[in-house]
Design a binder for this molecule. Structure first.
Ligand SMILES: [Zn+2]
Ligand SMILES: [Zn+2]
Ligand SMILES: [Zn+2]
Length: 507
């Protein structure tokens, strides 16, 4: 590739200069009457608009009035270039073809959604209108900017929609990749009425189901799981969704049922059995070796198998709703390891789950915590659940502080004065305990009062820093935990209490 400059010094002289607005040495993005400007200052100046103090016109105000530095229009500032869109005349940042952002976006959309006849596929006109009505066309344009080396980005999806290669049905969208862009696009299509409105959680479940079944290696298992999901799980979700929007909890519950069904089949295979050969002793053995959550989640599958004569008739242990069984240390550290390693989970959920698992606090207590209950002293973080405050082990402290940090942004928008650690939807109110409990149940953390007291008993034996030791985590080992998630974690060594300090156990 030939370079238009001979030496680095020449490059430096031609392309780099001190920005007259911010003073940094940067690539020159423009030569303006007051000097060279960098890209950042260039773009920023073109977002300023209002009444020009020089001529009184409503215009873009990228110029600087000599003397007081007031923002003035290009005319008054003596710009040689124009910032007016070649198509609509709007003044601002110009893109290719000297078009403003909205016109550039409209042009890009028109070419992507072209059905081959030089116009937008008629069914998609409402989509184009909705996109162009966005407040911030720049975000739309960025969205449509093809990412290098990625087939199936938003622009690719739109192009295939325009050509009719993607049917305008929900089924067609279930299998599309990348799913985030596809799911965003599906929301837009529902919002503008091109696709019939369907439940968001139901869509998410169906998409998940497709991926899950594709990953089941045993084709016989895959077939049974598909039938169970299609004839048992989905109809129940659909009829619920017809009455009310599904909660993420309802989706999580359905996901759990399918996962347990798959695991049960794999477990049977491991014993050299298939469903027809499964005996009461196998059922009993499975139940004996499973957690209460898993026992409850597999029940619909086993009932379905019995009802459809895929197995013999079994006695299933009664559904457990009591919560007397204490959570074993192993389960507690596993849960905590999973929470720490699950970067994809919302920070809010991770923060609350970590507090439950470390300190066995019921949801009703957690929602009463305020940001002032989280304190920092000499680089250590403490949580005031009682007196004295309990130390928070490093990785959990990181999650708590990040959550508080991201929470602050939200403050200005909806809850200006909220000091609640977990603010609710209603101004000035904390999150409702049942809502928090649901968030945690979704990720498999039991929060029912009985269960937390069951953990509590273990907190006495295994305070937070000891749990941390048991996981032997540091910031660097969370990746290893992620790989192990679902497997076994290093076990709690009863003799290893070196970091235990008095007073944490009963806080
Ligand atoms: Zn600058
Ligand atoms: Zn002016
Ligand atoms: Zn324009």
């Amino acid at each position: 590739m030939s370079r238009p400059y001979a030496t680095d010094e020449q490059y430096e002289r031609w392309y780099i200069g001190e920005c007259c607005r911010c003073g940094r040495r940067r690539n020159k993005a423009g030569s303006w009457p007051d000097g060279h400007v960098c890209r950042t200052c260039f773009d920023r100046a073109l977002r300023v608009r209002g009444t020009c103090p020089g001529c009184g016109q409503e215009r873009v105000l990228p110029g600087r009035r000599p003397g007081d530095g007031a923002a003035i229009c290009p005319g008054c500032a003596g710009f040689s270039q124009s910032f007016a869109c070649a198509r609509c005349g709007f003044e601002g940042k110009l893109h290719g073809g000297r078009l403003c952002t909205r016109c550039a976006f409209a042009g890009r959309l028109a070419s992507l959604l072209d059905d081959g006849t030089g116009r937008i596929r008629p069914e998609l006109a409402p989509l184009a209108d909705a996109l162009l009505a966005m407040d911030n066309p720049l975000s739309g344009l960025t969205w449509l900017y093809p990412r290098q080396g990625s087939s199936g980005s938003a622009d690719d999806l739109l192009r295939r929609l325009g050509r009719g290669e993607i049917q305008l049905t929900h089924e067609a969208f279930n299998g599309l990749q990348p799913w985030r862009a596809a799911s965003h696009l599906r929301d837009l299509l529902m919002a503008c009425g091109v696709l019939p409105a369907v439940d968001k959680q139901l869509c998410a479940f169906e998409r998940w189901l497709g991926i899950h079944i594709a990953a089941v290696t045993d084709s016989g298992h895959a077939q049974v799981v598909r039938r169970f999901a299609t004839w048992e799980v989905l109809p129940r979700l659909r009829s619920r969704a017809e009455k009310n929007p599904l909660s993420t909890g309802a989706r999580g519950y359905a996901v759990g049922q399918v996962l347990r069904a798959t695991e049960f089949l794999q477990w049977l295979s491991g014993r050299g059995l298939t469903l027809p050969g499964c005996r009461q002793v196998d059922i009993d053995a499975w139940h004996a070796g499973s957690s209460e959550n898993h026992r409850n989640a597999v029940r619909p599958f086993l009932q379905w198998c019995i009802a459809n004569k895929m197995t013999g008739r079994f006695r299933l242990p009664p559904a457990v709703t009591g919560h007397s069984a204490p959570m074993p240390d192993r389960e507690r550290t596993e849960h905590l390891g999973r929470v720490l390693a699950s970067y994809a989970l919302p920070l809010r959920t991770r923060a609350a789950a970590a507090i439950v698992l470390l300190y066995a606090q019921p949801a009703s207590r957690i929602v009463r915590l305020t940001v002032d209950d989280v304190t920092c002293e000499n680089g250590e973080v403490f949580l005031r659940l009682g007196d004295p405050p309990s130390p928070v082990p490093g990785p959990v402290a990181g999650i708590l502080l990040s959550w508080i940090g991201s929470r602050t942004n939200m403050r200005t928008a909806t809850n200006p004065n909220s000091a609640w650690l977990f603010p609710g939807r209603r101004a000035g109110q904390p999150m409702r305990p049942d809502y928090l409990a649901r968030l945690l149940n979704e990720i498999g953390i039991p929060t029912a009062a009985g269960r937390t007291s069951a953990i509590r008993q273990h907190v006495l034996e295994m305070p937070a820093p000891v749990v941390a030791d048991a996981l032997s985590y540091s910031q660097g080992t969370t990746a290893r935990l992620a790989a192990q998630a679902g497997g076994t974690f290093s076990r709690y060594a009863p003799g290893d209490h070196k970091r235990q300090t008095a007073g944490e156990g009963d806080s």
